[in-house]
Design a protein around this ligand. Structure first.
Ligand SMILES: Cc1cc2nc3c(=O)[nH]c(=O)nc-3n(C[C@H](O)[C@H](O)[C@H](O)COP(=O)(O)OP(=O)(O)OC[C@H]3O[C@@H](n4cnc5c(N)ncnc54)[C@H](O)[C@@H]3O)c2cc1C
Length: 442
């Protein structure tokens, strides 16, 4: 039997209780707005995206969850790069970035991390529901109010009449799908397989929590040490490689890991303790991130690639910028709203753009050379570290170093013209793929 509960009025419905949604909901509720937060799953639940950036840390403090994040997080002070085409390993410490006040981040189990953020929101919002999937959204117009319809797992249907709607549904991209404004990123395409290992060989001391990136012929691997001794390992590969899978995912994943000697060495006594998962075609963008009475935050607007662990930081930042838009709107402060909308646009576009320049080139031999032997001169290395720390919105001055790095990249590319051309052709071939979005288990 379907039970329909009476229609309710509220200021804001936030759809999705991941980092973007919980952040937005908390900030708005704390400013006195009546917020409803809806999540289709029950926390704690698995989610990929376990490596955070230093720029996340001040956001935890602002939300009042710093202590809880310290308790669950493995300290991540830097990143290490391992390349089969170089005879040394390379790396950096975030403390070498332009802003030394954000020297570290955390590696987290997203089940714990997302639950902390969701519970934080639940403590302040008017209503927070798990197991409650939004099925229908009418954005409304000047004559008709917006309407959000959702159902609990037991079939109970709920309806709200909000003044504003936040789409924080992550890669489900609810509103972008509904409005048919979601576009595949023509400049990028990759797929991933990932799982958790016990007994992986980690570095010692302060480096234990570093993320390690291993390049290999078909892409690259992440190695993310978690606090409880488990290590998350993922292979990010070109779609052709994933399409060639001819055996169960577990076997294919382990076979892929074995292709990377340096990684295999760290996993030789390790055991894969979770069923691996695979996901593909996750690089997309929506045509717009805001409308009159709605915004898209986090992955609901765009996602590019996981290589620089930027997703959660960008998602939470979009929640901060988005909350300003909605707050001004609900207070009918037109000047503040216009300013907040401009800033929201900036945050949604500039963050992914800055990372994209690196993401599109990370498997290019010139970029690999630069990462394996970073120039310490003229602030170049610290500027690159600042981007990789996610320090994009705090006003830190590193543009000059970044432009010099890019100039170096183009100079080396021209100096090795043949190699550059071959790599460019190869990449154009690799990213050609228009297969359907899919998520495979087992
Ligand atoms: C392979 C891979 C590896 C990654 N690694 C990293 C990493 O190391 N570091 C990093 O920072 N980022 C990483 N990311 C990206 C990161 O996972 C996302 O950017 C981040 O989770 C975005 O947060 P969000 O709140 O926007 O979306 P999500 O975290 O996806 O949250 C969306 C929430 O909305 C809920 N939802 C969806 N539809 C509905 C509905 N109709 N009704 C109600 N609820 C709904 C979902 O259940 C979910 O809880 C990775 C991504 C991939 C694909």
């Amino acid at each position: 039997m379907i039970i329909i509960s009476p229609m309710k009025d509220c200021d804001v419905v936030v759809i999705g209780g991941g980092p973007a949604g919980s952040t937005t909901a908390t900030l708005l509720a704390e400013r006195g707005h009546k917020v409803v937060l809806l999540e289709k799953e029950t926390h704690p639940r698995f989610h990929i995206g376990e490596s955070l950036l230093p720029a996340n840390v001040p956001l935890f403090e602002k939300l009042g969850v710093g202590e809880e994040m310290r308790a669950i997080g493995m300290e991540k002070w830097g990143a290490t790069f391992v390349s089969p085409w170089h005879d040394h390993i390379a790396g950096f410490q975030f403390a070498e970035g332009t802003d030394p006040s954000i020297p570290m981040a955390y590696q987290v189990r997203r089940s714990e991390f997302d639950e902390i953020l969701f519970r934080r929101a639940r403590g302040v919002v008017m209503e927070a529901r798990e197991n409650c999937r939004v099925r229908e959204v009418e954005l409304g117009d000047k004559d008709n109010p917006a309407r959000v319809t959702a159902t609990d797992r037991d079939g109970t249907a709920h309806e709200w009449r909000p003044k504003f709607i936040v789409d924080a549904t992550g890669r489900d991209t609810f509103i972008a799908n509904k409005m048919k404004i979601k576009r595949r990123n023509p400049a990028h395409n990759s797929s991933a397989m990932f799982g958790h290992f016990a007994n992986a060989v980690r570095d010692c001391g302060k480096d234990e929590g570093n993320i390690i990136i291993f390049w290999f012929d078909h892409g690259w691997f992440w190695f993310i040490p978690l606090k409880d001794g488990i290590t998350s390992v993922g292979a990010v590969v070109w779609p052709y490689y994933m399409k060639a899978r001819d055996k169960p995912l577990r076997e294919y994943f382990l076979e892929t890991v074995a292709m990377c000697k340096a990684l295999q060495e760290r996993l030789k006594d390790a055991e894969l303790v979770s069923e691996p998962e695979a996901t593909g075609n996750y690089s997309y963008v929506a045509d717009l991130c805001q409308g009159d009475n709605f915004i898209l935050v986090g992955d609901a607007y765009t996602f590019v690639d996981p290589v620089f662990s930027s997703g959660v930081m960008l998602a939470m930042n979009s929640g901060f910028a988005g909350a300003d838009v909605i707050d001004a709107r609900l207070k009918s402060d037109k000047a503040a709203e216009a300013k907040a909308r401009q800033r929201f646009n900036h945050v949604m576009r500039v963050g992914p753009q800055e990372f994209s320049w690196f993401i599109y080139r990370v498997t290019n031999p010139t970029m690999r050379d630069l990462f394996m032997a970073p120039s310490e001169r003229l602030g170049i290395k610290s500027a690159v570290i600042s981007v990789l720390a996610g320090d994009l919105f705090g006003g830190t001055r590193f543009k000059r170093g970044l432009y010099l790095f890019r100039a170096l990249y183009y100079i080396f590319s021209i100096a090795h013209l043949r190699r550059t051309f071959v790599a460019w052709r190869r990449r154009a071939f690799n990213i050609r793929d228009d297969s359907e979005m899919r998520l495979t288990r087992g």
